[in-house]
Write a protein that binds this ligand. Structure first.
Ligand SMILES: Nc1nc2c(ncn2[C@@H]2O[C@H](COP(=O)(O)OP(=O)(O)OP(=O)(O)O)[C@@H](O)[C@H]2O)c(=O)[nH]1
Ligand SMILES: O=C(O)[C@H](O)COP(=O)(O)O
Length: 241
């Protein structure tokens, strides 16, 4: 099992946080969140390697710091996230890697135990015919997805991608499993997500991200902001197949 981490140009990352973060802060936060994800992946025995598919030097640099392989999008004729994911999976397939976990860089709360749970769930169901998805907290997006690298999957990252990937798995003749993972379900897209992160992070979760948010003064600024309305969603555990 390899992990595939698509990363867009750092200067363009996290646009939805533009209202509360300066451009440099968005880059800094993105870098810290990706570092948290790479820390978990690199220390996990079940993940044999990580391939970063990226667009700029910042992504290449981060990949090399975490001993991940790097695939430059400029060397490929691809446009956008879905084509980048497809190209990354093809690259892994050509190397003889059979299974891939695609995940996003904005999941600083993902834990080692959650990766284990995702892998165990996927592996116990005959890996070659199953797609396993850990969606976001509203079960709309696709935060982590495991599939065989030779699966005939079309990718639909964007709005409502969880439903679209479920259909894609069905069309490819694969069984879909969905698993709710509290940390991995919390991608950090909006100011409200950042507020929630500041409330719930702790222990050994999101270490780089929390350090950055405090060091850059963002935590203090956001905590003082009365504008943000925060609403915690149930972190209820569910599993469907
Ligand atoms: N390699 C690659 N990764 C991408 C591309 N577009 C998005 N990503 C990555 O895919 C994940 C989801 O991306 P988006 O939701 O589009 O962007 P975001 O930066 O998380 O948030 P917004 O800018 O607020 O939309 C992030 O980890 C991005 O870095 C792309 O064109 N190429
Ligand atoms: O399909 C998805 O899950 C989205 O492309 C993920 O990105 P976001 O959660 O950062 O919007």
């Amino acid at each position: 099992m390899w992990a595939l981490l698509p990363l867009k140009r750092f200067s363009e990352a996290k646009q939805r946080l533009s209202g509360v973060l300066a451009p440099g802060e968005r880059r800094g936060l993105f870098r810290a969140m990706v570092s948290d994800v790479l820390t978990v992946l690199q220390s996990h025995q079940g993940i044999k390697g990580v391939l970063v598919v990226g667009q700029d030097f910042a992504a290449r640099d981060l990949a090399s710091r975490f001993d991940a392989d790097f695939l430059s999008e400029s060397s490929l004729a691809v446009v956008g996230l879905n084509e980048a994911v497809y190209a990354g999976i093809r690259t892994l397939a050509l190397r003889g890697i059979k299974q891939v976990m695609v995940l996003h860089g904005d999941l600083p709360l993902i834990t080692h135990a959650e990766v284990s749970e995702l892998l165990d769930t996927h592996c116990q169901e005959g890996q070659s015919s199953v797609v396993t998805i850990a969606p976001d907290k509203l079960a709309l997006g696709t935060n982590c997805l495991i599939c065989p690298t030779d699966a005939d999957m079309t990718f639909f990252y964007g709005s409502n991608s969880f439903a679209a990937h479920s259909k894609s798995a069905f069309r490819a003749g694969l069984q879909l499993q969905a698993i709710s993972l509290p940390g991995a379900s919390r991608d950090i897209d909006t100011p409200e997500d950042l507020q929630a992160l500041l409330r719930i992070a702790g222990d050994d979760r999101a270490v780089n991200t929390m350090h950055y948010l405090h060091a850059a003064g963002i935590a203090a600024r956001l905590r003082g902001s009365s504008a943000a309305v925060t609403q915690d969603l149930d972190e209820q555990y569910y599993r469907v197949s």
